[in-house]
Design a protein around this ligand. Structure first.
Ligand SMILES: [Zn+2]
Length: 248
């Protein structure tokens, strides 16, 4: 049951017939894992927190650096040098006190990913390297946890939902046997609001999955070209020979 104060905090949600008190309670009872509290993770964590998702697990072993502040808007100048999850928890505390935030100040590896993913209803991949993305995907598939994946580099962003149900494609299904060369914004650069756009879309899909409303971007990849303001959607087929999700 939501308190009177919570009903006021979330009143613009509750007034929506698709959400109502029931949907808001689903959000309050939900727990999610956000891997990476950088640019994507900033937008994701801020919106999930403001929306009232009950328990956020934030994972990041990095500290806040000056070069992060161009786009990682959950962090503050005074928190330079602080672990990103602790910095994010502080900002969230000034936004919503009805939710719980757990900080995982560790590198996510194949030795611990399942331990954390197992505690939550869904996982948001806001990480910045392919090896970790594939690791997160495998754990999500094995634990049957929906995965909302986002990435952004230069002027281009991608969003996808995987492992939503048994028929869904997994993130690994995107790749055709050969893995693309890894790129990161450290070397390539990224437009500041691009990470906010993709992170905000990740948060949108996460809320819809939790509340079971609307059309989910299941087994599809949304491609966003910010320079030309172009959005495209691609269907991702579940691959019969996928090393992660195929039955064989
Ligand atoms: Zn697959």
């Amino acid at each position: 049951m939501l308190s009177d104060e919570e009903l006021i905090h979330y009143s613009r949600h509750v007034i929506l017939p698709q959400i109502d008190e029931q949907g808001q309670e689903k959000l309050s009872n939900a727990s999610v894992l956000v891997v990476g509290v950088g640019g994507l993770g900033s937008a994701v964590a801020m919106y999930l927190a403001a929306s009232g998702v009950g328990h956020l697990y934030l994972a990041d072993f990095d500290q806040v650096e000056l070069s992060n502040l161009q786009r990682q808007i959950i962090h503050r100048i005074k928190n330079l040098g602080l672990n990103k999850t602790l910095s994010a928890k502080e900002t969230i505390g000034q936004l919503n006190n009805f939710i719980k935030v757990s900080c995982i100040e560790k590198e996510i590896t194949q030795n611990n990913i399942k331990e954390y993913a197992d505690k939550v209803d869904l996982v948001l991949d806001c990480s910045d390297n392919l090896k970790l993305r594939l690791l997160i995907n495998k754990a999500c598939f094995e634990l049957s946890k929906p995965l909302v994946s986002g990435s952004a580099i230069r002027f281009e962003g991608q969003l996808g939902v995987f492992n939503l149900n048994q028929q869904s494609a997994c993130y690994q299904c995107i790749y055709d046997g050969h893995i693309q060369i890894e790129e990161s914004c450290h070397e390539r650069g990224v437009l500041s609001p691009l990470v906010g756009t993709i992170g905000t879309l990740q948060a949108t899909e996460a809320l819809k999955i939790i509340m079971s409303i609307g059309e989910i971007l299941d087994s599809q990849l949304l491609l966003y070209d910010a320079l030309n303001m172009d959005f495209r959607k691609l269907k991702i087929n579940k691959k019969s020979d996928c090393p992660v999700c195929s039955k064989s």
